[in-house]
Structures are given as C-alpha cells and as structure tokens.
Design a protein around this ligand. Sequence first.
Ligand SMILES: CC(C)(COP(=O)([O-])OP(=O)([O-])OC[C@H]1O[C@@H](n2cnc3c(N)ncnc32)[C@H](O)[C@@H]1OP(=O)([O-])[O-])[C@@H](O)C(=O)NCCC(=O)NCCSC(=O)C[C@@](C)(O)CC(=O)[O-]
Length: 303
Amino acid sequence: MEKVRIVEVGPRDGLQNEKQAIPTATKLELIERLAAAGLRDIEATSFVSPKWVPQMADHAEIMAGLQRRPGVNYPVLAPNLKGFEAAVAAGVTEVAVFAAASEAFSQKNINCSIAESINRFAPVFEAARQHGVKVRGYVSCVVACPYDGAIAPDKVAEVAARLHDLGSYEVSLGDTIGAGTPASVLRMLEAVATKVPVAQLAGHYHDTYGMAAANVYASYQFGVRVFDSSVAGLGGCPYAKGATGNVATEDVVYLLQGLGADTGVDLQRLVDCGAWISEQLGRAPQSRVTRALLAKQPAANGA
Ligand SMILES: CC(C)(COP(=O)([O-])OP(=O)([O-])OC[C@H]1O[C@@H](n2cnc3c(N)ncnc32)[C@H](O)[C@@H]1OP(=O)([O-])[O-])[C@@H](O)C(=O)NCCC(=O)NCCSC(=O)C[C@@](C)(O)CC(=O)[O-]
C-alpha cells in the first residue's frame, strides 16, 4: 500500500489568523485530539514576532504544555535565528523556515526581500545542524501572489532549490491564495522537480477557489507523497486578503483512502476533532467530508 505522510498544520496555519482569543488549553487539546486521530506530524505553533502574529504569542506555553507522544513530531515555524533559539529553548526538534517565490509577499510577510530571507535562514540551518534539529523549507505563492499576480514556475524552482541546498529535508510548496488548478500546479511541480527530488517535495494547498483537493490529486499522480492540510479546513493567511484555509485534512484523508493509500489516520476520529474545533470557534466545519459524515450520524437527542 502506498504510504502518504500528512503534515497537519491546523494548530499553526489554521489558527494564526483567528481574530478571537483562543485559550492555549484549547490549542493544546486540538493538538492532542489530532495526535489521537493518528496524525504524526503536527505543526504546533510559530516562533515569530507576537507583534506580527499575536495569535501565536503563546508559543513557549504550547511547547511546554504538549503531551508529547512517541512517534509524533511537533514542528514549528522559525523565521530567523531569534525564533530558532527560542524554539530550541522550548524543546523543539524540528523547525520550518519560510520563503516566498514573490518579492512583494516576502516583504509583507517577513519584512525583507527573498535574497535577504535566504541570508537570514543560513545561520538557522547552521545552528540546526549543531543542535541536531531538522529543518523544513516552505515556499509561498508557488502559483500566484496576492500582490504580484502569476508567478513563474522557474522562480519557484529557484527558491525551492536554495532551501534544498541550504539543508531542508523537505520543501513544502504553498499555493498561499489557493488560486492554482491541476494544470498550473503541475507546471510548477515540473519546474521544481528539475531542481529538487520529488520525494523531498510536499504540497501545501489552500482551498480558496475549491481546487485544493484536485491539486492534491494531480500532485499525487505526479509522485508527491507528502501533503500539508488543516483539520476542518481552518485558516487563512494574514498577508493574503480573502485567502481561505488549507485543504481540510478530512478531505485529503478521504481522497487518499479512495486511492488505496495509507495515511495512518482514523477518519472518524479526525471528523470528530474537526467538529469539535469548529464548535470551539463558533463556526461550521469547512470540510465537505466532515459535513457529509456528521449529517449521517444520529442527532445527540435522538431526533
Ligand atoms: C520575521 C519578522 C520577525 C521580521 O520582522 P522585523 O520587524 O523585520 O524584525 P526585526 O529583526 O527588525 O525585529 C523587530 C522586532 O521583532 C522582534 N523579533 C524578531 N524576530 C522575532 C522572533 N522570531 N520572535 C519574536 N520576536 C522577534 C525583535 O526582537 C524586535 O523586537 P522589538 O525590539 O521591536 O521589541 C516578522 O516579519 C515576523 O514575525 N513575521 C511573521 C509572519 C508570519 O508568521 N506569517 C505567517 C506564517 S507564513 C505562512 O503562513 C505561509 C505558509 C508557511 O503557511 C505557506 C503558505 O501557505 O504559503
């Protein structure tokens, strides 16, 4: 059976843009429920500036409060050495640096050019090697940018190659505004695959235009075996107006199960987790699979 690794980004990408205060205990319970559903890579938080992303300001408390399960990774975002050092002090064993394929998005998101961001990441990779910490690289705006429009596949390949050469064990390709279609995503993957082995690529697709599951399918057919997703489709990017959440993890698991792939995730437990966090946030789950399966369940009052 084909194995597919799902990187659950709900607690980070999913919650980072929430305007309402979310108690740290709720975030920790979400992470625990995701682990109980079988997720083995759960992006827990971000060691970024609390002035830029206030929702992630409790990063140290999150890492201190985790019920670490054997076999589960809890990676975090770290945009620079300051974030890396704080993450390591909090007991993190894997970080992700994040670059963009668009100059305007790089400026809005991390306040520097693409070249400057790579220069900031270099010491993070160096320090990570010394501490035995794994580093994942993200590229944002791999299809389109909210400010610069369409992005050339070769530009994505160039940035992905830089992150790979610096020492990323994997490069996650972010369709930040969810504008991609299978055709544009495949053009992008073809370009990136000339520089980074497909086995070291991940698809990170947002669902703004309802294309994310189709993009996962196209990428799977291309050979990608790692996908980032967010339970209940939580999310939206603070620096990409109107962009919706990631593809819902429930929808990815259902799709991959239908293809006969093994994700190690218990779909029913995941659906229950999606329903639970949606209730905590006071909204309906964005996952079509969760809505369909919940509609089939008998109501709690027997009606
Ligand atoms: C990168 C910076 C820090 C540059 O921000 P800056 O203002 O240029 O940084 P600076 O080095 O000039 O420092 C300014 C202040 O920030 C502090 N600072 C500096 N670094 C840190 C840190 N690590 N943690 C905490 N504090 C920090 C620093 O100490 C200083 O504090 P002050 O003296 O003013 O009190 C800022 O722009 C930032 O934090 N940006 C984060 C943006 C972000 O988190 N975006 C969302 C994640 S990316 C994403 O969602 C896309 C992705 C990955 O999911 C893929 C996709 O879908 O595309």
